[in-house]
Design a binder for this molecule. Structure first.
Ligand code: SAM
Ligand code: DTB
Ligand code: SF4
Length: 332
């Protein structure tokens, strides 16, 4: 039996009108029940809800760039950028504005609408935030949506990023609360919820999801979705990552997840967060076209687009364009 976990609400500190409003409270049991549906029933339910809120033949493209790689003091057991593990990832300094502008322009030319900048920090320093604000301006000047994932954020740092024009802040809950301590010991679940609250109160869109395939049970996958779906309001953007196993990390060698379970996780996220962009995120290179097509049927309507995630590979844009064309999917 899973541990009973009280849903954590992220409350507004300042008045803010989110684009997603939700009052529905999901019990953990109701989410487990969705996971346990016969596959076809689950897919049908997810399709119905998806079609109520979105064009089912449209997928949004986000391109990632690591603006500061490696050397991170945190011990996230999945992550090749942690200083605790020997993965061959070399630590770099932060990229300058010209390098970021060039990468964003390339992403735009290839059709991406959102540019996401990631940094291997536990938390940025205030002087880092000033530099990131310049990068955000550069991306916004190209007419793209901007997203950052920089680690834990204070309320004032969130405010500075909002003022710079940042549209989305990505900070994942990663897994169910009861499994979290087995994966990461250097910061707790509440700290993640606090960052999400700061992002909300600054008036930015929240991007938050997690990773499956870390050896969790189906109940624990339900536990992750339970936390996300009960955020008030739930995130506008929900990345669902399949663990990319990197040699040297503690999670390397974990038994791989049956990919139909991955599809189920997408479907349950779609049903419980009907208006969110559910992103089929890391792990696509290991997935094949049929599973990705099932994910789109299950309600995924965003992908990371471009041949690199942060440090690991992703299908190149020509391959993705070929798949999307084959499926008759338009992009935004
Ligand atoms: N350092 C910041 C943080 O942790 O919030 C931002 C970057 S961090 C790499 C962003 C997210 O990438 C993590 O929260 C995790 O969900 C995801 N991630 C990292 N390594 C991964 C892996 N090997 N497979 C799948 N997702 C991964
Ligand atoms: C998210 O949920 N997944 C992305 C993004 N947000 C920052 C990161 C995936 C990282 C995969 C491992 C790597 O490339 O280092
Ligand atoms: Fe650092 Fe983020 Fe990797 Fe954790 S996931 S080790 S915080 S870069």
């Amino acid at each position: 039996m899973p541990t009973a976990v009280t849903p954590q609400a992220v409350h507004f500190v300042k008045p803010f009108k989110p684009s997603v409003t939700s009052t529905e409270v999901w019990s953990r049991q109701s989410i487990e029940d969705l996971f346990n549906l016969p596959f076809n029933d689950l897919m049908f339910k997810a399709q119905e809800i998806h079609r109520e809120h979105f064009n089912p033949n449209e997928v949004q493209l986000s391109t990632l760039l690591s603006i500061k790689t490696g050397g991170c003091p945190e011990d996230c057991g999945y992550c090749p950028q942690s200083v605790h593990y020997d993965t061959g990832v070399e630590a770099t300094k932060m990229l300058d504005v010209d390098a970021v502008k060039a990468a964003a322009l390339e992403a735009k030319k290839n059709g991406a609408s959102r540019f996401c900048m990631g940094a291997a920090w536990r938390e940025p320093k205030d002087r880092d935030i000033e530099k990131v604000a310049e990068l955000v301006h550069a991306v916004k000047d190209l007419g793209m949506e901007a997203c950052c994932t920089l680690g834990m954020l204070s309320e004032s740092q969130a405010g500075t990023l909002k003022e710079a024009g940042l549209d989305y802040y990505n900070h994942n809950l990663d897994t169910a609360p009861e499994l979290y301590g087995d994966i990461i010991t250097t910061r707790d679940y509440q700290a993640r919820l606090d960052t999400l609250a700061h992002v909300r109160s600054a008036g930015m869109n929240v991007c938050s999801g997690g990773i499956v395939g870390m050896g969790e049970s189906r109940e624990q996958r339900a536990g992750l979705v339970h936390q996300l779906a009960n955020l008030l309001p739930y995130p506008e953007s929900v990345p669902i990552n399949n663990l990319v196993q990197v040699e040297g990390t503690p999670l390397h060698g974990t038994e791989t997840l049956d990919l139909l379970e991955f599809v189920r996780t997408i479907a349950v996220a779609r049903i419980t967060m009907p208006k969110a962009r559910v992103r089929l995120s890391a792990g696509r290179q290991q997935m094949g076209e049929a599973i990705q097509a099932l994910c789109f049927m299950a309600g995924a309507n965003s992908i990371f687009y471009g041949d690199k995630l942060l440090t690991t590979g992703n299908p190149d844009w020509q391959r993705d364009q070929a798949l999307l064309t084959k499926l008759g999917i338009k992009t935004s």
